[in-house]
Ligand binder design. Structure first.
Ligand SMILES: C[S@@+](CC[C@H](N)C(=O)[O-])C[C@H]1O[C@@H](n2cnc3c(N)ncnc32)[C@H](O)[C@@H]1O
Length: 284
């Protein structure tokens, strides 16, 4: 089959479920990955014959996109903070909002000028926060916790792939009585989507991303924040800070957990203008 003919079929089918711009972007990403052809290369050689095995791979990807599987899972990787992260259904796809949290931490740490800081990332998923911090702070010692074995396997692959040293621990943080050590920085992007917010979510997220990474009970949506704040109160070093990514609708409530627990706290909005990040500085 000619590449142009496949593109027409791909576009006709997918434009029923996605905006045209997104369909074009999927096509470019897939031809780059499967055929090794850049966008320009495709534009210059539309009559190119694709082999049967290449066509089969493109057809499989088309089918998965029709079922609204995220393109990042189909490609098996995504970009976060300038690094490549392998992803599969065991891990949440890293989000741009979380890059803003990493940026916030790095700008604070650079001001501190401290060398051998200890960092803990709770609920590491793909490892995106821990690994990006480790890459940018080579003298920091970074530890990362997750409850999910599948997520930790992927996070370890990502640490190796990006050549960053991270200590990984499998642990249910809600059951922890104390942390294994004292830390200068504790960061977490825990599950925070309430069941009642599911209706706002798109099918590709709802049906594909791991529920254990996303959802919390409507009755106690701040369970992770409360537990992590309690642990941090015991295990954060003098002058240390706690950083959270938060549910945009629960900014003040989440902030109050910190201010009730010996922290001074400040909220920060993401690029969309939503309360998305919270920092607590211990008053010791
Ligand atoms: C919102 S995801 C964040 C993943 C990653 N840090 C990121 O920012 O993309 C939350 C993570 O917390 C983990 N998690 C859920 N419950 C947990 C628990 N009780 N103890 C430790 N980790 C947990 C999930 O497996 C998931 O990887």
């Amino acid at each position: 089959m000619k590449l142009l003919r496949f593109k027409e079929k791909f576009t006709d089918i997918l434009k029923q479920g996605y905006p045209l711009q997104e369909v074009n972007s999927f096509f470019n990403l897939l031809t780059e990955e499967i055929l090794g052809m850049s966008r320009l290369h495709v534009a210059l050689d539309p009559e190119k014959e694709i082999s049967e095995s290449e066509q089969q791979k493109l057809e499989d990807a088309l089918q998965r996109l029709q079922e609204h599987e995220p393109i990042q899972y189909i490609l098996g990787e995504t970009e976060f903070f300038g690094l490549t992260f392998k992803v599969d259904k065991n891990v949440l796809i890293p989000r741009p909002e979380t890059e803003e949290l990493v940026e916030w931490i790095l700008s604070d740490v650079k001001n501190l000028q401290q060398k051998e800081i200890r960092i803990l990332d709770i609920g590491t998923g793909s490892g995106c926060i821990a690994i990006s911090l480790g890459k940018n702070l080579p003298s920091a010692k970074v530890t990362a916790i997750d409850i999910s074995e599948g997520a930790l396997e992927m996070a370890k692959r990502n640490a190796d792939f990006n050549n960053v040293n991270v200590e990984f621990i499998q642990q249910d943080i809600l059951e922890a009585e104390a942390l294994d050590s004292n830390y200068d920085i504790i960061v977490s992007n825990p599950p925070y989507v309430r069941e009642l917010e599911k209706k706002e979510m798109q099918a590709n997220v709802l049906n594909n991303e791991p529920a254990g990474a996303l959802y919390v009970k409507d009755e106690d949506p701040l369970a992770f924040y409360r537990k992590i704040t309690e642990l941090a109160t015991k295990n954060i070093k003098k002058g240390g800070s706690l950083y959270f990514e938060i549910n945009q609708y629960l900014g003040e409530e989440t902030k109050a957990l910190l201010t009730n627990n010996y922290f001074t706290a400040s909220l920060k909005k993401d690029i969309f203008g939503n309360d998305r990040m919270l920092k607590g500085e211990i008053k010791k």
